[in-house]
Ligand binder design. Structure first.
Ligand SMILES: *Cc1c(COP(=O)(O)O)cnc(C)c1O
Length: 391
């Protein structure tokens, strides 16, 4: 037998972590790392946040799972809070980002088809986008490396250049149901959409009767310095996918919708056995307790300002290693002049976790709870790494 017991679909770094506290992780052999990847934008409150740990332990003693055959108090509480703090009127709970996007895509198709437009199913997506690894979401993302060997590619996605409103408008046909965009492309390389583009997509969707879907799986939950990235743009989508940060490390996703967009998502139309189970809801509600506390998001914005100022100086100092810093809030990309994976490896060797992304970018996605000590530690490691790489 040559295959590993765990299916080898990942190129993994040979590190095993045993425990974490805040922005720090410790391996089984006792090495400490500064975690500026947050498990790919997931552990928004760092590791072992006391409030999250207590909430999950408390729920674990009471009840784990009942299925969606019954009401779930934690879902109703979380949904009420997300409704109160977003554009949405309603939401569906699931377990991952891809599932949240599946729900958004299904909701968009059904919105038209339930009104008699049986041939409306196509969705306009942006090049460089990433929406998950299911059959529908690899087709939506459109990346050859994700589609290779999984033919036939699901029909119904028309890809256009990210940021190009004219191309998006030109791609509309009588079969178009929706348009999907990440307000800041994550996997694609931390590429923020400009506000005029997002507003233009909103206007286009309204003009042609399309639903506007925001994939905020990575940007959501405070990452960009606001609870949701769409809040920067003075407009709202019709549907929005959330996951990554929502459970602070517990697997949970949500598809948020306006009442109008979700009008035809009636009993029996969609479902999930695990979606929104009591454990996931306890974790997500605990995350919301912290994020919604007065002043928390102001603190994130202030932290981001400090980190950005230091990163801009770092990029200037090491201009043979880094090209620029870009992104929003604590969703940050360092575009590299050297190969990004080499930079990630060097930074790792110096004790810090980061995540590579498309377009030769090194991603910094620290917990939203970092303070001056973590910022200084990160800058010291990046500075040392860049100096070593340059020499
Ligand atoms: C990670 C990600 C997804 C997929 O989430 P999974 O939980 O891995 O299914 C979808 N969209 C965006 C923008 C993401 O960053």
């Amino acid at each position: 037998m040559n295959i590993s017991a765990v299916m080898p679909t990942y190129g993994r770094t040979d590190l095993v972590f045993e425990r974490g506290e805040g922005a720090w992780l410790t391996t089984t052999d006792g090495r400490r790392f500064l975690d500026f990847g947050s498990g790919i934008a997931v552990t928004v409150l760092g590791h072992a946040h006391p409030h999250l740990v207590a909430a999950l332990k408390d729920q674990a003693d009471k009840l784990w799972h009942t299925s969606n055959l019954y009401r779930i108090a934690g879902q109703e509480k979380l949904a009420d809070r997300l409704v109160a703090n977003s554009f949405a009127d309603t939401m569906f709970f699931c377990n991952s980002g891809a599932e949240a996007m599946e729900c958004a895509l299904k909701t968009a198709r059904r919105f038209h088809q339930a009104q008699g437009a049986k041939d409306k199913y196509r969705v306009i997506t942006a090049r460089g986008g990433f929406h998950g690894r299911t059959m529908a979401t690899i087709a939506a993302g459109g990346q050859e490396k994700h589609l290779d060997g999984f033919a036939p590619k699901m029909d119904g996605f028309d890809q256009v250049a990210f940021g190009n409103l004219n191309e998006a408008r030109a791609a509309i046909t009588p079969q178009t149901a929706a348009v999907v965009v990440e307000p800041v492309q994550g996997e694609g390389g931390i590429v923020p959409a400009d506000i005029e583009y997002l507003k233009g997509l909103r206007a286009m969707a309204d003009e042609f009767g399309l639903l506007l879907i925001f994939d905020e799986v990575q940007t959501g939950l405070g990452r960009t310095g606001k609870l949701f990235a769409y809040e920067w743009s003075d407009m709202t989508p019709d549907l929005m996918a959330l996951a990554k940060g929502l459970g602070g490390g517990f697997p949970v996703g949500a598809c948020l919708a306006t009442e109008r967009a979700a009008k035809f998502m009636t009993p029996g139309t969609h479902g999930s056995t695990f979606g929104g189970n009591p454990l996931a809801m306890a974790a997500a509600n605990a995350v919301m307790d912290v994020l919604l506390a007065p002043g928390f998001m102001d603190g994130v914005a202030a932290t981001a300002d400090k980190l950005w100022a230091k990163l801009e100086a770092l990029v200037e100092k090491h201009d043979t290693v880094f090209e620029c810093v870009r992104g929003k809030g604590l969703m940050i990309g360092l575009k590299c002049k050297l190969t990004n994976t080499d930079v990630v490896a060097k930074v790792l060797a110096n004790g810090m976790l980061t995540v590579p992304a498309g377009d030769n970018v090194l991603r910094l996605l620290p917990p939203l709870t970092i303070g001056d000590a973590e910022i200084d530690a990160a800058i010291t490691i990046l500075d040392k790494s860049a100096a070593e790489l340059a020499s």
